[in-house]
Design a protein around this ligand. Structure first.
Ligand SMILES: [Zn+2]
Length: 498
């Protein structure tokens, strides 16, 4: 009896007493910083579970070695008025996002993926073949005849529910990643009616991607990127051989819609005007940031800012419904294919600036923001450079360590077994010659070509996992090692779709 009474009393005491006070004599900056970091995490896990808006941001080809190299590059060459730093300790926009996961990128028939198969996985929830956009892994050309049997994209479902939909990229708007928002083709090259989509293949009945964009059911609210030539006929600034002018077709379908072709046109637009916006700023891809002329082409952060304002302004007309927006930093991939680390890192830096712009513009209690890459590249960060060594430069080891097989040059560079200085960044394959680039320039030159191993026409994608970063409702679902198609299911869950 006595024992039981004591036990009951003890239980009662536990249940009514306050939580133990967390007290300790040392509350220095480590303590307060740690506590602040905990509070930030508590805010994240206590966020609402439903998103009104979802923003998927894809750094094309932005593998993990690119993330690290771009972080150092951005610290050493800041663009926002900060003083240059050694770089390793720098943070890019996603380095402070709440949740991370590793993503398995392979396509159903390919160990190392391409953008078409990977963007399909993210936009439809099902993986498919390399080079294929938004068709099931077993669906071929004939499936174009039964569109109702094709995987549905997040944008198609969102539009069907009255949400806004937008797509922004630095590539042609018909290139694989942006095309996966709105299109379905068995072969990603079927972007327009031109040589890349031979007339014989057109008998299949699959519409080219530019045609699919213009015919998107319900319409895309904001479309900003490059690739105008896929929309215009031969001889009229375009390359279509079927005589169609898809910009005119789009204008007829959307009389209130506004088409713009340069920065001035975009800057003159009021994002609050009714009707969709189609901005095609270049015949082909937009320029690399390093080569961009601001009067002709807006930067990616500017495009993203306009798209967000446009989708936000349309909310009342949609009865308060949210939006799905895909934003791609599409040319990190292209610079890597050319074995040109400078442009790749500059593109990644601008993509980070775009992510920062998005994170500060949206309410993260109602907007899920996901940042990822579709696949990696064969960029490596090699050797033992000293802290703060120019990420583009030759390897200069710290004093007393990391000397090369060939010793040190008079400038202190580590030398390889042939007596040559080595760069930190190299590619495992790629071209030896590429237009405007050269292997004989100093490695810090923007036009340096960094492949030293063996020659292929283009440097290739890498097959290892990529990172996914998330912030906002259901960001907590982003964790561990994930298949890439799970990204779609997380977006759908955040939107409350079952
Ligand atoms: Zn690529």
């Amino acid at each position: 009896m006595m024992m039981r009474a004591m036990l009951v009393a003890g239980l009662l005491a536990t249940s009514v007493s306050a939580a133990p006070v967390l007290d300790t004599p040392v509350k220095d900056s480590w303590w307060t910083d740690g506590r602040a970091a905990l509070d930030a995490r508590l805010k994240v896990v206590n966020r609402p579970k439903r998103a009104k808006n979802v923003i998927l941001m894809v750094g094309d080809g932005m593998g993990i070695s690119t993330l690290t190299a771009a972080r150092i590059f951005d610290g050493q060459h800041p663009i926002d008025g900060r003083a240059p730093s050694t770089g390793e300790e720098n943070n890019l926009a996603w380095d402070k996002m709440a949740s991370t996961a590793l993503i398995k990128t392979y396509n159903t028939n390919a160990q190392t993926a391409d953008s078409a198969g990977t963007a399909s996985a993210m936009n439809t929830g099902v993986k498919t073949r390399i080079g294929t956009i938004n068709m099931g892994a077993d669906q071929g050309v004939e499936a174009c005849k039964t569109p109702e049997k094709l995987p549905r994209t997040l944008a198609e479902i969102a539009k069907g529910q009255g949400m806004g939909v937008g797509v922004v990229t630095t590539t042609r708007i018909t290139h694989a990643t942006p095309a996966a928002v709105y299109g379905h083709v068995p072969f990603r090259d079927w972007e327009g009616a031109d040589r890349a989509y031979p007339a014989a293949d057109r008998a299949s009945g699959c519409a080219d991607l530019a045609t699919q964009l213009v015919g998107f059911k319900g319409g895309l609210d904001v479309v900003l990127g490059g690739g105008r030539a896929r929309f215009l006929p031969l001889g009229k600034g375009g390359q279509r051989d079927d005589g169609r002018n898809l910009v005119e077709d789009w204008q007829k379908a959307w009389p209130q819609g506004q088409f713009v072709a340069d920065s001035k046109g975009l800057r003159a637009l009021n994002s609050r005007n009714a009707g969709p916006v189609l901005g095609l700023f270049t015949p082909d891809h937009l320029s690399f940031e390093h080569d961009r002329k601001d009067e002709a082409e807006p930067s990616l952060p500017e495009l993203a800012r306009f798209a967000l304002a446009k989708l936000d302004a349309g909310k009342a007309a949609r009865g308060g419904k949210g939006y799905y927006l895909m934003i791609e930093g599409g040319r990190i991939d292209h610079a890597h294919h050319a074995s040109n680390p400078y442009r790749a890192l500059k593109e990644a830096q601008m993509f980070s600036a775009t992510v920062a712009e998005v994170l500060k513009s949206v309410n993260l209690d109602e907007t899920l923001v996901l940042v990822t890459a579709d696949h990696s590249h064969v960029l490596t960060i090699a050797g033992y450079p000293e802290r703060g060594n120019d990420i583009l430069g030759y390897i200069k080891p710290p004093k007393g360590g990391g000397e090369g097989d060939g010793g040190l040059s008079p400038e202190g560079y580590a030398l390889d077994d042939r007596g040559q200085p080595m760069t930190t960044l190299t590619y495992a394959n790629g071209p030896f010659v590429s237009r405007g680039l050269s292997r004989t320039l100093p490695p810090t030159d923007p036009n340096y070509l960094a492949n030293k191993t063996y020659g292929t026409s283009g440097e290739s994608h890498g097959g290892e996992d990529v990172a996914l970063f998330a912030e906002g409702p259901r960001a907590d679902l982003v964790r561990g090692v994930m298949e890439q198609n799970l990204i779609f299911h997380i977006m759908a869950e955040a939107l409350g779709w079952r």
